[in-house]
Design a binder for this molecule. Structure first.
Ligand SMILES: CC(C)(COP(=O)(O)OP(=O)(O)OC[C@H]1O[C@@H](n2cnc3c(N)ncnc32)[C@H](O)[C@@H]1OP(=O)(O)O)[C@@H](O)C(=O)NCCC(=O)NCCSC(=O)CCC(=O)O
Length: 526
């Protein structure tokens, strides 16, 4: 019986040479590390260097998160990945009324340079690469990172890392936007230009399909809408006067990895091929680095279950394997208890150990792109590519990613797919082990990690002390200079850095920009 893949594509019970009739490996695959990069972005891939094991973490105060990072480093993590709490992600201080109840919950609370200094205390910023999942206020957190680097004596040229900085997918699936699309895109172009001049090794954006997938997007939708967002960013920067090869080498991507290994591997390979073609043919990029789709992967949080949570260890191992077989550059493996709460020390360690087993106990790192030439994976790669290209054409018909967002197109498509998955799960057609099949009569008790609610008051006290001790006149002048740049066309990052150095808070800087740029109110509703 022919099965349907997650993107609704056929998967035949048996494949043979006829599946690849007319298929030319020179055209479809090329060499690893060469156009169209189907086989991976580096010639040697993991035979030269394993992927970066980068575990997303952060909760409570800066000092608690700093302790967790040190533990992860001691356990063998290769890069840091900072989770910020919702007030920080929305550009509010911990003592703002709207922040109440959320301080330190889903990530670390960062209000000012004082917190950022504590977050990286004892972590040499020239030795570690750091990803920060921050979008609307991405410029602020990047500048705070640079300022802490300066305090540590690390020149900006040696800083390596990534800011997520992908506001378009916030409108589509994740929700932590602040400003309307136009100023948001202008801010992103300012960041590209600033990084080119000041922090050249920084990955300026992580164009993300992960959150769309978590919201219900199929693999084809995930890559189509993500690449369409990528195209919008490239157009914005080119329109702002940048040469494509000046910023494209520092664009990066972020996808999910599901338990459906075959289609996921096909998806990663298809995404690389589409991006290389678009960059070369549509934008005329010539630097090979501009054509390379480098990506981070996180295992699918939405596939974790609160029931029989240890089963998630198995799911995560399968999902992590799919990411590696698909050639990811960097990987986060979820902890088994994340459907219940933030991971404990032990579950976070087990998640990292899962990657270490994949990297050092299996043989999948011994050869590049092990699925190349597989009838089914090559056929699926072509099919996912075709499905994604078709969806990208629909986005173009609507005028590109931003007008499509304003039409509610991507969100609507994703929600329809999410609904289909929910119906199939409820009907038992889609098996979820421990949830609709193979259930226990009684679940075993589990004691999750809990964030101390007293953190909110502690952060408020720190903010009070900061405001009392700083030179308010300097802060006001710096914020006024920032507003002036925001109303004109000067790069806002330079006055923003002065404000943050003068100990303006994340909330104050974002409020100053809100006054100039306004805030985004979505036009569509579910
Ligand atoms: C580009 C990536 C994807 C990966 O960067 P990395 O530094 O880890 O890896 P890399 O660039 O591939 O490799 C590092 C260096 O080694 C080199 N290198 C690597 N492999 C090589 C090989 N085989 N041969 C030769 N050189 C090689 C590279 O060229 C590079 O050097 P050069 O630089 O000198 O070339 C970056 O953007 C990244 O780390 N992203 C992580 C994003 C993230 O963690 N997000 C979490 C989101 S969590 C979330 O959003 C979900 C929940 C929520 O909603 O909040």
């Amino acid at each position: 019986m022919t099965r349907e893949s997650e993107s609704g594509l056929p998967i035949e019970p048996v494949y043979g040479p006829d599946a690849l009739e007319g298929w030319d490996p020179a055209d479809k695959l090329g060499e690893p590390g060469r156009y169209p990069f189907t086989r991976g972005v580096y010639p040697s891939m993991y035979t030269g260097r394993p992927w970066t094991m980068r575990q997303y973490a952060g909760f409570g105060t800066a000092s608690e998160s700093n302790a967790r990072y040190k533990q992860l480093i001691a356990n063998g993590t290769m890069g840091l990945s900072v989770a910020f709490d919702l007030p920080t992600q929305m550009g509010h201080d911990s003592d703002a009324p709207i922040a109440h109840g959320e301080v330190g919950k889903v990530g670390v609370a960062i209000d000012s340079i004082d917190d950022m200094r504590v977050l990286f205390d004892g972590i040499p910023l020239d030795k570690v690469s750091t990803s920060m999942t921050i979008n609307a206020p991405a410029a602020l957190l990047l500048l705070l990172y640079q300022l802490v680097g300066e305090e540590q004596g690390v020149p900006a040229g040696r800083l390596t890392g990534t800011i997520q900085n992908d506001v378009l997918k916030e409108y589509i699936a994740r929700g932590t936007y602040i400003f309307p699309p136009k100023p948001s895109l202008r801010l992103i172009a300012d960041i590209f230009a600033y990084c080119k001049a000041e922090i050249p090794k920084w990955n300026t954006i992580s164009i993300s399909g992960y959150h769309m997938a978590e919201a219900g997007a199929s693999p084809a939708q995930e890559i189509a809408f993500t690449l369409a967002d990528g195209i919008e960013y490239v157009r914005t920067a080119v329109a702002a006067g940048m040469d494509v090869d000046d910023f494209a080498p520092r664009l990066s991507f972020f996808f999910v990895s599901r338990t459906t290994i075959l289609e996921e591997v096909a998806k990663f390979r298809a995404a690389r091929r589409i991006w290389a073609r678009v960059m070369r043919e549509e934008f005329g990029a010539t630097d090979p680095k501009s054509l390379m789709l480098r990506f981070h992967t996180q295992t699918a949080g939405v596939q974790l279950t609160a029931q029989q949570p240890e089963v998630n260890l198995v799911r995560v191992a399968v999902q992590g394997l799919a990411a590696v077989l698909g050639g990811t550059q960097s990987l986060h493996t979820n902890s088994f208890d994340e459907a219940i709460a933030l991971p404990t020390d032990k579950s976070a360690r087990l998640a990292l150990r899962t990657q270490q087993v994949l990297a050092y106990e299996t043989d999948v790192t011994a050869t590049v792109d092990p699925f190349a030439g597989s009838y089914v994976v090559e056929k699926l790669t072509d099919d996912v590519e075709a499905a994604a290209v078709e969806l990208m054409a629909k986005v173009e018909e609507l005028g590109g990613a931003v007008p499509a967002i304003e039409h509610g197109f991507q969100k609507g498509e994703i929600e329809r797919n999410a609904y289909r998955i929910a119906l199939e799960t409820d009907a038992g057609e889609r098996v979820v082990v421990g949830v609709n099949r193979f259930k226990l009569d009684e679940e075993e008790p589990y004691e999750p990690l809990r964030v101390d609610p007293a953190i909110e008051a502690q952060q408020a006290a720190r903010l009070g002390a900061l405001r009392a001790a700083r030179d308010q006149g300097a802060v006001d002048a710096a914020l006024a200079a920032l507003q002036k740049a925001a109303s004109g066309s000067d790069n806002v990052l330079y006055p923003m850095k002065d404000a943050l150095r003068a100990r303006a808070t994340v909330g104050e800087v974002c409020n100053a920009l809100r006054e100039v740029w306004g805030t985004y109110v979505p036009t569509d509703a579910f």
